[in-house]
Design a binder for this molecule. Structure first.
Ligand SMILES: [Ca+2]
Ligand SMILES: [Ca+2]
Ligand SMILES: [Ca+2]
Length: 358
């Protein structure tokens, strides 16, 4: 997150960025930007940015100068502000002017981890590649069985709490067990509820209507990483990425024409380990390479072929060019960066761990 904002502050291309923002399932702020596209847009006046606080498409007019962005960077680090932030609040916070556009993405509430903009089918309209939690996570919400995050001061002790629920037979049932809930919301211990009774109750039965009605409720109904093909006029066709790319979350998407056939391909950085124990880790990806068939359909490449063996939590991918060669630098959480040389002919990369000199 820090590096992203550093990019925003130091890049004079911020007004052409694509931003996805929202609050993730654990209440953490999520904000993602793609700064590479629409570079020919003018500095001032209206510009385009897309935001996804659960599927909303926003048009952003940025009038803020660099000085203000530096100020915003400071603001963003304030946890009280970001804790319940959505894009409309961001608008106030950042003094950016968001205008909502009606699209068919508005029903697509994901655990969005990343977004990249690229015209993947070559029709001249920019499409969106959206990194999500994938299809291998502990919770499997869908459009009729959403996971919800309920935010309120449930025990009225002055501190904001959050409760995660999933849908069982149309009821919103807490994900966490009674003792786990009590750790977070000690006030509910006073209820003296038996484990057996607790396990049968929905959140609406555990708390009064007065509290429930005042909750901020965020929902997730879609976990696949996907490509949103832009049909124009706010209409997007959703294509899920291949099944093998759904085995882990997609933290970072790097668009690059790996095989030099004129069609943008994708390199995905994946994995997250920091979940609560019952959710286990998302660690099934070694880094994914997807080759574009020219129509925006991506074909997953076997790691034995691509040479990628990234076992860590990949957080960023940067392209580095020399006069004759192309490289990808993978940054992994709590691990050495990995530098790979792209072998254009074989869609293959050669690994080299970058170690700090002592
Ligand atoms: Ca397109
Ligand atoms: Ca509380
Ligand atoms: Ca290609």
């Amino acid at each position: 997150m820090q590096s992203l904002w550093a990019d925003l502050v130091h890049s004079r291309a911020f007004w052409v960025s694509y931003v996805a923002a929202g609050v993730d399932v654990f209440g953490c702020p999520t904000l993602h930007a793609d700064l590479r596209t629409l570079e020919s847009q003018p500095y001032s006046g209206a510009s385009l940015t897309f935001g996804f606080p659960g599927g909303h498409l926003l048009r952003l007019r940025v009038s803020a100068g660099e000085h203000q962005l530096e100020h915003l960077d400071d603001d963003y680090d304030n946890p009280q502000l970001v804790g319940t932030m959505d894009c409309h609040q961001m608008s106030d916070l950042f003094r950016w002017d968001f205008e909502e556009i009606t699209t068919n993405l508005q029903q697509l509430f994901g655990w969005w981890q990343s977004v990249t903009c690229e015209d993947v089918n070559g029709d001249g309209k920019p499409d969106l590649i959206l990194g999500n939690m994938g299809e291998n996570f502990y919770l499997h919400p869908d459009s009729s069985n959403p996971v919800k995050l309920w935010i309120n001061d449930f025990d009225q002790n002055g501190g904001i709490d959050k409760i995660l629920t999933y849908t069982v037979n149309g009821r919103d049932v807490p994900v966490f067990l009674k003792h786990e809930m009590e750790e977070q919301i000690p006030g509910i211990k006073k209820e003296n509820l038996k484990n057996e009774d607790y396990s049968k109750k929905s959140i609406q039965e555990l708390f009064s209507a007065n509290i429930i009605n005042k909750c901020i409720v965020k929902k997730v109904n879609y976990t696949s990483s996907c490509v949103a093909i832009n049909q124009g006029n706010g209409k997007f066709t959703i294509q899920n990425l291949p099944a093998r790319a759904q085995l882990s979350c997609v933290n970072i998407i790097h668009s690059i024409d790996l095989n030099q056939d004129g069609h943008p391909d994708l390199v995905l950085g994946c994995n997250q380990f920091g979940f609560q124990p019952q959710f286990e880790r998302l660690d099934a990806s070694l880094g994914d390479i997807l080759i574009n068939n020219g129509k925006g359909v991506f074909i997953w490449q076997d790691n034995a072929k691509t040479g990628l063996t990234l076992k860590g939590e990949v957080r960023d991918i940067q392209e580095i060019k020399s006069k004759t060669k192309r490289y990808l630098l993978f940054l992994q959480n709590d691990a050495y960066p990995v530098l790979t040389e792209i072998n254009d002919k074989e869609t293959k990369v050669e690994h080299e761990t970058v170690k700090r000199s002592k």
